[in-house]
Design a binder for this molecule. Structure first.
Ligand code: HEM
Length: 223
């Protein structure tokens, strides 16, 4: 039955070459830990991606209960955490995953750096990676405010004040982030929008480029 469906679609859209291209792709020996144990360092890019997928999925479920306004935000998180079935698990995954994904990304960056994989001809993917790095930090920063508790509020206040110290454009950045003179309703609305639409959109685009470039260039050679 499944095969008939597959064949029906394949006859019309020729989908076999698409997944074959990935499935038949040979992984070089020097990145395979079964051959060289130290090759485990090559897993960090994939692990970063894996946790990123978990962040996206758990985040989508969080938005089913989260209410992004100053009156309800805190209570909605509390309700999700204490009343909703599996809410504590979903929130826990997003909470711990947020830190873990940064750790993994950092290890991945170290691997790329110490194997010299950023050198010719992979400079552009290093730059794309740098952009991804800042997007990920931005996701962490904007997500931190959303529970709207005291920690969130004052941590963001500190962060925004740091941004305000940037020469020449600091005040502009501060106002762009907060939407006014103080951290308030407008700030929460902006951080929510940035956290769930702007940055994830940018991230998906950048990751798409990252992966296409990796496939085009192949993984860098052994040391
Ligand atoms: C969400 C963040 C990221 C994900 C999911 C990701 C994913 C990946 C994956 C799966 C690979 C294949 C090789 C491997 O797994 O080690 C890779 C390669 C690479 N990444 Fe990333 N990456 C991310 C962030 C970064 C950052 C922050 C940098 C550097 C600033 C970077 C630079 C590179 C470069 C230069 C390569 C090519 C390495 C080679 O050919 O040996 N990536 N990335």
């Amino acid at each position: 039955m499944l095969k008939q469906v597959y064949d029906w679609v394949d006859e019309r859209l020729n989908i076999t070459p698409m997944w074959r291209d990935i499935a038949d792709h040979e992984v070089p020996e020097h990145v395979n830990p079964a051959h060289h144990f130290s090759a485990f360092v090559y897993c960090f890019g994939g692990l970063t991606f894996f946790i990123t997928v978990i962040q996206i999925l758990s985040g989508m479920f969080l938005t089913m209960y989260y209410v992004p306004d100053v009156i309800n935000a805190y209570e909605s998180v509390k309700y999700l955490q204490n009343e909703v079935a599996f809410g504590v698990i979903v929130r826990g995954m997003h909470h711990w995953g947020a830190s873990l994904v940064i750790v993994m990304m950092f290890l991945h960056t170290l691997r790329v750096f110490f194997t010299g994989a950023y050198k010719h001809p992979r400079e552009l993917n290093w730059v794309v990676g740098m952009l991804i790095f800042f997007v990920m930090l931005g996701l962490g920063f904007t997500g931190y405010l959303l529970p709207w508790d005291n920690t969130a509020y004052f941590a963001t206040k500190v962060g925004v004040e740091i941004a305000a110290t940037v020469p020449f454009i600091g005040t502009f950045i501060k106002h762009l982030l907060t939407g006014g003179e103080i951290l308030g309703a407008q700030t929460l609305a902006r951080f929510f929008a940035i956290h769930v639409f702007f940055l994830p959109g940018a991230l998906l685009g950048l990751l798409g480029v990252h992966f296409v470039v990796i496939r085009r260039q192949g993984i860098s050679g052994p040391l």
